[in-house]
Design a protein around this ligand. Structure first.
Ligand code: HAM
Length: 423
C-alpha cells in the first residue's frame, strides 16, 4: 500500500542539489573561524529543560511557546535545543573551561528546534552557525565577534546586509531602565493590545518589537536604554563603536534593538537583509555577561552570535551552487575490463580525481550513456589492462592510452590532464 508520509510540518529534507551549497557555506565559515582561533564544539541535540528555562529566560517566546519538550523514561524533562548559547555555557562550566586561557573561543554548527509558525525563512528545524567567546568583558571581543560575522556574510556574498547595534546596559542599569519603561507603558496601558499589555511586568522591552501601529506610535516616545546608558556601560558601548569604525564596518545604532532572548546585557547586534522580507534577520547576537554565573559557573563576561543557514541560502537565492570539477567515468568494454574498472576508479580517487564507475552491470553503450547523464567530462574506456581510450564526453574526441601508465606514474591526475589535452 502506498504510504503518504511527509516530513513533519516546519521541517524539510536537504536534497543533494542543496547539500552542496550548504557544504560550501560551512567550509567558508570553518575556514574563517579557524583562522581567528575559534575552536569547534559540539553539544547534544537535547538538554534538560531547566537549562533553557533558566538560561534563555521564562519570559521569552522561545521558552513560553516554542520548545519541543518531552519526558524521558525516567520522567526527566528534556528539550530539543532551541539555541546554542545556554548549552555552550553549560559545557564551559561542566568542563572547567574557566581554567583555560581566556576567553575560550568556540564555534558550532548544527540543527536547532523551535515550534514556530512556519513561513519562508522560519522553520521548526533549522541550522545555525554560531560563535561564543567566554571569559572576557572587553569591548574588543564584542567588536571582533561583529567583525567576524560581517566578514562571513561578505565572504558568502550575502546581498543587501545592514548591521544594527544597540546596548542594554549592565543588568543593574537595565533593571532600573526596565522599571522606567514599564511605568511609561502603564500610562498607555488602555491603548495597548493584550499581547503587549500582558507583558508590561514580564518583559516590557518586547513592546519595541510589536507590529501593532498604535503600539509603534507609543514606543516612538518611549525612553530608550541607549539614551539612559551611563558610566562604564556608556564607555563600553562607545569603545565597541570605535573599534567597528576603525575596522571599517558600517552600522547604525538602533536604540530600540531587542533580541528575543533574556540573557543579553550591554551590546546587542543584528544583521538584517532586505532579501529576507518579513523575517529580515540573517544573524545576530550580543553580550551575555550574567549567563555563566546564572547557570552555576564563575562570574565571567561573554559575547557571541548565531547566523541562520537557511536565511543565508534564502538571501542568496540560487547563486550558491558551485560548478562541479572534472568528473571521470571508468568504463569497461568487456567482462574482464568491467571488473578492473572499480579498482582503477579507486586509484584515481586516491590520486585526487573525482571518479565513478558502473554499478548496474551495463554494457559499454549503457555505461557511456550513464556517464553522460551524471555529467562526467571524461570516460576512461578500458579494453584490458594495457589498452584503452580516453574520451572527451563533451567533444566526442578521444585518444588511445595505455592504462598501465596510469598505475605506474606518481601523478595520475597530471597524466590524465595531459592525455585530455590531446583529445
Ligand atoms: P536568535 O536570534 O534566536 O539567537 O537566532 C539566531 C539566528 O538563527 C537568527 O538570526 C536566524 O537567522 C536563525 N533562526 C532563528 N530561528 C529560526 C527559525 N525558526 N527558522 C530559521 N532560522 C532561524 C540565538 O539563537 C542566540 N543563541 C545567538 C547568540 C549566540 N547570542 C549570543 N551568542
Amino acid at each position: 500500500v502506498a504510504s503518504k508520509f511527509q516530513a513533519p510540518r516546519g521541517t524539510f529534507d536537504v536534497l543533494p542539489a542543496e547539500s552542496q551549497a550548504r557544504g560550501q557555506i560551512q567550509a567558508i565559515a570553518s575556514r574563517l573561524l579557524d583562522s581567528a582561533g575559534y575552536e569547534r564544539i559540539e553539544t547534544p541535540a537535547f538538554e534538560y529543560t531547566d537549562l533553557f528555562e533558566r538560561g534563555v529566560g521564562r519570559s521569552t517566546d522561545i521558552v513560553r511557546k516554542e520548545m519541543f519538550t518531552f519526558d524521558d523514561k525516567g520522567k526527566r524533562s528534556l528539550t530539543l535545543r532551541p539555541e546554542g548559547t545556554a548549552p555552550i555555557c553549560r559545557a564551559y562550566i561542566e568542563h572547567g573551561m574557566h581554567k583555560l586561557a581566556q576567553p575560550v573561543k568556540l564555534y558550532y554548527t548544527g540543527p536547532f528546534f523551535r515550534h514556530e509558525r512556519p513561513q519562508s525563512g522560519r522553520h521548526r528545524q533549522f541550522h545555525q552557525i554560531g560563535i561564543e567567546a567566554i571569559g572576557t568583558d572587553s569591548p574588543a571581543a564584542d567588536a571582533e565577534a561583529i567583525v567576524l560575522l560581517d566578514r562571513l556574510l561578505k565572504d558568502l556574498d550575502v546581498p543587501g546586509v545592514a548591521l544594527k547595534i544597540g546596548s542594554l546596559g549592565s543588568p543593574d542599569a537595565r533593571h532600573v531602565y526596565v522599571k522606567r519603561l514599564a511605568e511609561y507603558l502603564r500610562k498607555w496601558e488602555a491603548d495597548l493590545p493584550d499581547g503587549v499589555s500582558e507583558r508590561i511586568d514580564l518583559n516590557p522591552l518586547r513592546a519595541f518589537d510589536s507590529k501593532d501601529p498604535r503600539t509603534k506610535e507609543i514606543m516612538a516616545g518611549a525612553p530608550t536604554m541607549i539614551a539612559a546608558l551611563e558610566g562604564e556601560d556608556a564607555e563600553h558601548f562607545d569603545a565597541v563603536c570605535a573599534h567597528l569604525d576603525i575596522s571599517g564596518v558600517s552600522f547604525t545604532v538602533d536604540p530600540t534593538l531587542v533580541r528575543g532572548l533574556d540573557y543579553y546585557s550591554r551590546t546587542t547586534f543584528s544583521f538584517v537583509c532586505e532579501e529576507l522580507g518579513a523575517v529580515s534577520e540573517v544573524g545576530g547576537g550580543g553580550r551575555y555577561d550574567g549567563l555563566v554565573e546564572q547557570l552555576g559557573g564563575p562570574s565571567v563576561g561573554a559575547v557571541g552570535w548565531a547566523v541562520g543557514v537557511e536565511r543565508i541560502l534564502l538571501a542568496k537565492g540560487e547563486s550558491v551552487s558551485q560548478p562541479k570539477g572534472d568528473l571521470y567515468f571508468v568504463a569497461g568494454t568487456n567482462r574482464d575490463a568491467r571488473q578492473i574498472a572499480p579498482a582503477v576508479a579507486d586509484w584515481l580517487r586516491w590520486a585526487g580525481a573525482a571518479t565513478e564507475s558502473d554499478l548496474a552491470e551495463r554494457g559499454l553503450r549503457g555505461q557511456l550513456k550513464h556517464a553522460n547523464r551524471i555529467g562526467a567530462k571524461w570516460a576512461l574506456i578500458l579494453n584490458e589492462w594495457t589498452a584503452g581510450e580516453l574520451r572527451n564526453m563533451e567533444t566526442g574526441g578521444q585518444i588511445e592510452v595505455d592504462a598501465t601508465e596510469l598505475l605506474q606514474t606518481g601523478d595520475p591526475v597530471g597524466l590524465l590532464r595531459e592525455w585530455g589535452q590531446e583529445t
